[in-house]
Design a protein around this ligand. Sequence first.
Ligand SMILES: C[S@@+](CC[C@H](N)C(=O)[O-])C[C@H]1O[C@@H](n2cnc3c(N)ncnc32)[C@H](O)[C@@H]1O
Length: 465
Amino acid sequence: MKLPNEFIEKYTNLFGDEAAAFFASLQEDVVEKGFRLNPLKNQFENVSYSLAEPVPYVPTGYYGNVSGKSLEHQTGYVYSQDLSAMYVAEVLDIEPGDRVLDLCAAPGGKSTQLAGKLNDTGLLVSNEINLKRAKILAENMERTGAKNVVVLNENPANLAKHLPGYFDKIIVDAPCSGEGMFRKDHNAIDYWHQDYPAECALRQRDILQDAVKLLAPGGQLVYSTCTFAPEEDEQIIDWLVTSYPDFEILPIEKYPGMDQGIPAVTQDQNLELEKTVRLMPHHFKGEGHYIAKLQDTRTKTSDVVKSPKVKKKKNKKQQDKTVLSKEEYQLWQAFQSEVVPALAYAQQDLKVYGSYLYYYSKNWFSLDQLKFVRPGLLLGTFKKNRFEPSYSLAVALNPTTECAKTITITREEWATYVSGNVINVSRDLPNGWYLLECEGKAVSFTKVVQGVAKNFFPKGLRFNV
Ligand SMILES: C[S@@+](CC[C@H](N)C(=O)[O-])C[C@H]1O[C@@H](n2cnc3c(N)ncnc32)[C@H](O)[C@@H]1O
């Protein structure tokens, strides 16, 4: 890998004696991998990956490589994540019931972790400006099985216009010059030029200005990048606390191999920046990252004050099209009482978009003016006088406690099913909807018709093991 000359010059000046070790680490081909367990799932004794090497700084993190074609991945038990990246969401102090925003969320590394930390309380809004990436994000969030996640496809300015002061906690994992990704993605070097970090910094300031507007007084903000560039790291945080004096930098615990931020790269030599973290590949097993944690010191206001105003409906024509018809509600209830009795959602917490039925709590914000990819948990589809449960609902279920009709399948049968084939089951089994579970993990819904479990695994997700 050929590093640009200006890059070498810049970091030789900045890192001095350490520069040679730093450049050498960027040339390493074999980089240790990591993964996280999803706390929304249960029975981890059935996970076939070794949990012998836990990561010391993330309770759900482990060293090791997981396959995207494994049962554990398909059912959302594990998420493959860089060993540095998994420290970002870890440092945000999530409390049950928090409203959390991941502003630059695709493909979902931080968001999947945040969903686990919220444990189905509060609300997680995972936002991604790029539609294609937002769809990938939604797929990754689906696999977590979280019931309280909304995926938006908004620009931060529009979000700030509609939801000012709405969120208790925000992560800005900013688009950056990606220097920390050079060894993982050699193409990142092609985009790099001397002025690139400064250009990225302008965009990061814009995004942070909106993030500040979105944060509730007394809220917490975590900012991260995967670059070594001081322009996008310490200098951005220095700019933030200078521009917004209500914000103060909180200390982040430094585990072995983690470095502190470098005050010397800022004009005012702001020593507070030592509280931030640099993850450097010559010191730490993981790609290059920078993390800062900020506290808004304004007094917290009550939920009543911070909820955005919802405009009252003016006339009948403007009636909410997302309200279920009586027939739709009856179809859902018939399915729900028979198959998922634990999910007795109130009618006000259900919404329809076209023929799709979603769980979306009445306590969450109005989606009217926002572009969304996932307006809550997709429960299923209404099709000519019947209700068909979704894959999203299947993977969100605990087969033991939340589903009354399950069929246990073997790993071989699982492999058959995810490749798009049917499975033969007992002919004595009554026809109808069942949840397929393998080793306690919810795989998919199936419809049994005379001893055959029909394939309802989404076409776009099918794979051969
Ligand atoms: C570093 S990546 C996020 C990675 C993600 N947080 C994760 O852990 O998987 C930055 C994201 O910011 C998005 N982005 C680009 N320009 C943006 C902008 N102006 N405002 C908000 N997000 C932007 C990119 O599309 C990209 O998905």
